[in-house]
Design a protein around this ligand. Structure first.
Ligand code: SF4
Ligand code: SF4
Length: 113
């Protein structure tokens, strides 16, 4: 078990338990980049560049879903919907929380072994 400090909006929802519905808390993407971020953004560690805070709904959203052309300059704007559809499938967006990270006293404990 290792520890990682992550920074999130104070108004972000608390992370649900593993398997509960995703509530956009942002913990997983702030802790480490997912495979989509590794492949398309070449980001191997740290908080994902595409993690966006949406104040209107007080939740985090995946920018690679919302506006991928902002992060991928080679992607034509007209292809955004097509690409986002694939990202949605790759990251299984809108399903259950698949992060086993634990938040304690404001710090995130994450098993990195
Ligand atoms: S998958 Fe889990 S940790 Fe990631 S944003 Fe959704 S609820 Fe939060
Ligand atoms: S690409 Fe999207 S789902 Fe993956 S880590 Fe970044 S914000 Fe999260």
């Amino acid at each position: 078990m290792d520890s990682t400090i992550i920074w999130l909006q104070a108004n972000a929802p608390m992370k649900p338990l593993l398997g509960q519905p995703c509530n956009g808390c942002g913990v997983c993407c702030a802790a480490e980049p997912c495979p989509v971020a590794r492949v398309f953004l070449w980001q191997l560690r740290g908080s994902c560049l595409a993690l966006e805070w949406h104040a209107d709904v007080q939740q985090y959203r995946c920018g690679m879903l919302v506006q991928p052309a902002t992060y991928l300059r080679w992607l034509p704007t007209s292809w955004q919907a097509w690409f986002a559809k694939r990202v949605r499938r790759w990251i299984a967006a809108g399903t259950a929380c698949d992060s086993d990270a634990l938040a304690a006293n404001g710090a995130l404990s994450e098993d990195q072994t």
